[in-house]
Design a protein around this ligand. Structure first.
Ligand code: URP
Ligand code: ZN
Ligand code: ZN
Length: 491
């Protein structure tokens, strides 16, 4: 017996068609008009859209950051993602200095195995590209990991030199892998930030001044030139401003193998949020920082004309009011990786959060919540706001992520043989984004009060219903690690 979705409108990146869709087991068996329902469970989709499950290719679940770690993990973070229509995500497994890639990866297996509720994969975040580590790169392909993430920022934590960057690109190119880059000039940031602090400019507002758009534009252009020289495909993460988008547009015009994403928050929030009184600005501290309304227009234009291929979240949430309960004593005796489980069992306790930087913006953990909001607010502003079509919405949030990251056509579209990751989307369902009702483990929502129309009322992952209205039907351990294919296309 299968599941027959009847009477809906199927939206893919290339088509909008009225058709029935039959799921058998974990995959889509058939799409056609007036399919025979005999022997099948039926789902009435009249007035609804059927879209592929969303793919968020940029998340940081349970990420150690300074004196704390990000709140959402592979349990609650997965549930929150699915309520917002995301059924697959790619997180960043981090190699610390002195570690091998395998050791870095091992920590992320421990965070996810047996816990995951939606499907997932990892990018390998390399911070110490020693010779023995470069030799380890091909072994990642055996694990289905095809992407290496490098930093030109965070000088004392993650940043690598240009020479190291180029060498990794050469190796990656040999194996059909892609390099991703956090592009901000960390050397310059490392001068601007302490200067501001020494001048007593310590409020969250100054975060944006420590990381101006020029350092993003410069580093983006530098990475693009290294892609041109090495031939290695490059994907620039969380692009925010005209300076970097122009560099990418130029590189693509030259025919270089370069692509880029932006993240939801950069369409909606500006640096003015950092200046909110009563330390509220700390809620909006992320890197690269929020920019201007003009930059927002640049981003809308860039997703419309294909300069940017993907909208992701960079989801990395921290408590606004964290550090509750006798944290210090407990945390000293437990590694950060254990904190999420501990918090679940002790709801009155909270790990440290944004308050860490109450007296200095550079101590505020960087990142925002968003894994649940992405498709909801982009549908509202993008599709209802007539900036993008429903098909473009699917392209940016589902299909392009699957293609660029080696999961297509298993993921990212609705076609026979694909995984039955299906959103039953009600375009008339009205809702308001709020920390009071969201599922992310975070005490604020950056879209608080935003009225939206359109959301997934049912979510299926590989043929199994995991969201039904407000009910969560998912299960720990159902989420599968997705092995990805190298030599993915440059879009
Ligand atoms: O502020 C951010 N983006 N935090 C997460 C880490 C990163 O740089 O992506
Ligand atoms: Zn980053
Ligand atoms: Zn990130």
């Amino acid at each position: 017996m299968g599941i027959l979705f009847q009477g809906g409108t199927i939206i893919t990146a290339t088509e909008t068609v009225q058709a029935d869709l039959l799921v058998e087991g974990e995959t889509i068996a058939l799409i056609g008009q007036n399919l025979n329902s005999e022997g099948h469970e039926t789902v009435d989709c009249t007035g609804k859209y059927l879209m592929p499950g969303g793919i968020d290719v940029h998340t940081h679940l349970d990420l150690p950051f300074g004196a704390t770690s990000s709140n959402d993990d592979f349990d609650i973070g997965h549930m929150a993602a699915a309520f917002g229509g995301t059924t697959t995500h790619i997180d960043f497994a981090t190699q610390r200095h002195g570690e091998t890639l395998a050791q870095g990866l091992e920590k992320w297996w421990r965070k996810s195995e047996g816990i995951a509720q939606i499907d997932y994969s990892f990018h390998m975040q390399m911070t110490d590209p020693r010779d023995d580590v470069l030799d380890e790169i091909p072994s990642l392909l055996d694990e289905g990991i095809t992407t290496l993430k490098l930093f030109l920022a965070y000088k004392t934590m993650y940043q690598i030199s240009d020479g190291e960057f180029f060498r990794v690109m050469q190796r990656a190119a040999e194996h059909g892998m892609m390099v991703m880059v956090h592009a901000e000039n960390g050397d310059i940031e490392d001068i601007l930030r302490p200067t501001l602090i020494a001048q007593g400019k310590t409020e969250p507002y100054w975060h944006a001044h420590s990381r101006p758009p020029e350092i993003e534009g410069e580093a983006t252009n530098r990475a693009i030139m290294m892609a041109a020289l090495s031939g290695c495909p490059l994907y620039v993460v969380h692009m925010t401003c005209q300076q970097s988008v122009e560099a990418l547009r130029r590189g693509r015009t030259q025919g270089y193998p370069v692509m880029g994403e932006t993240c939801t928050q950069y369409f909606f929030l500006t640096a003015e949020h950092l200046g909110l009184p009563d330390f509220e600005g700390a809620k909006y501290v992320c890197s690269p920082p929020l920019r201007t309304e003009d930059d927002q227009e640049t981003l809308w234009q860039a997703i419309q004309d294909g300069t940017l291929q993907v909208v992701s979240t960079d989801h990395c949430d921290f408590w606004f009011e964290g550090g509750r309960g006798p944290w210090q004593a407990w945390a000293q005796s437990h590694p950060k990786g254990d904190w999420a489980a501990y918090e679940r069992q002790n709801p009155n306790y909270r790990r440290p959060g944004k308050e860490l930087g109450r007296h200095r913006f550079d101590k505020i953990p960087n990142g925002l919540p968003g894994i649940e909001d992405r498709m909801l607010v982009m549908w509202e502003a993008g599709v209802n706001g007539k900036r993008i079509s429903p098909m473009k919405f699917v392209e940016l949030h589902c299909t392009n992520p699957a293609k660029i990251f080696g999961m297509y056509p298993r993921k990212g579209t609705l076609m026979p043989g694909a995984d039955a990751d299906i959103l039953v989307w009600d375009p008339e369902a009205e809702h308001v984004r709020s920390a009071a009702t969201h599922h992310m483990r975070c005490d604020y929502n950056v879209y608080e009060g935003m009225r939206c129309r359109g959301k997934p009322v049912q979510v299926y992952l590989r043929g199994r219903k995991i969201v039904d209205g407000d009910r969560w039907l998912g299960e720990n351990g159902y989420g599968q690690f997705i092995k990805r294919q190298p030599n993915a296309p440059i879009l």
